[in-house]
Write a protein that binds this ligand. Sequence first.
Ligand SMILES: Nc1ncnc2c1ncn2[C@@H]1O[C@H](COP(=O)(O)OP(=O)(O)O)[C@@H](O)[C@H]1O
Ligand SMILES: [Mg+2]
Length: 208
Amino acid sequence: MTKVISFISRKGGTGKTTNAINLATFLSDGKKKVLVLETDANYTLNSLRKLELFKLKQKKDTYFKIVGSQDNRVASEIVSLKARNNYDYIIVDSAGKTTDKGIRELCLESNMVLITTSITQNDLLVAFQTVKDLMPATVLNKELKLCLLANRIPRFTRMSSVRTQLALINIDVIDTYVPQRKNYTTPSTIKPDRHYKYVGEQIIKQLG
Ligand SMILES: Nc1ncnc2c1ncn2[C@@H]1O[C@H](COP(=O)(O)OP(=O)(O)O)[C@@H](O)[C@H]1O
Ligand SMILES: [Mg+2]
C-alpha cells in the first residue's frame, strides 16, 4: 500500500524541500518506488533534476519521478495515485500555507505530516501555529501521524536539549534531528546523501 509523507509548514525556509528530497533519495536508494509531488510554484526539484541530468549528459530520466502539482489539487491527485498503487511512497513537498483548504485535504490523504522547524524562537512559534492549524486533521484522519522534524540544528547539540525546546509543541518528535550542514544546501535529486540515512530510517520507523 502506498504511504504518503507530506512536508508542511506555515512559512518558507524551514527545510521542507531539503528534507523531502533527501528522504526521497534515501528511500529510492533502498529500492523503494518513490514519487515526489511538489506544489511550490517555483518547482525547484523539477528544475534541479533537469540540471543534474544535463550535468550528467543524460537525455533520459531513469530516476524516480518528480511531478509538479498545486496545493489545491494535490490531495485529489494522491487519491487516484493511491488507487493505482504504483508507489511505495509518495513524498509531498508543499508550498506551505496551512490555512489553505488544499493543505487540509492533503492532511486527510497523508499517513504522516512532517513539520520541519529549527529551534530558533521564531521558527518554534511558526511550528506551534502550524500544528494548531493542522491538528483538526488528526481527528478526521485517525491514521495520520503529525510529527515535528527538527532541522538545521547546530551540530553536536544533544537530542535531549532539542526535545526540551520542542516540548512546548505537544506532538510527536522524530527521534533524531537534521543538523545544519553545508551539504544540505546543495541537495541532489539523484544521489542519496549518506548523512541522511539515519534520519530517513528514523522517519520510516516512526511511520510504522
Ligand atoms: N539542515 C540544513 N543545513 C543547512 N542548510 C539547510 C538545512 N535545511 C535547509 N537548509 C537551507 O535553508 C534554505 C531553506 O530550505 P528549504 O528546504 O528550501 O526550505 P522550504 O522548502 O521550507 O522553504 C535553503 O537554502 C536550504 O539549503
Ligand atoms: Mg520549499
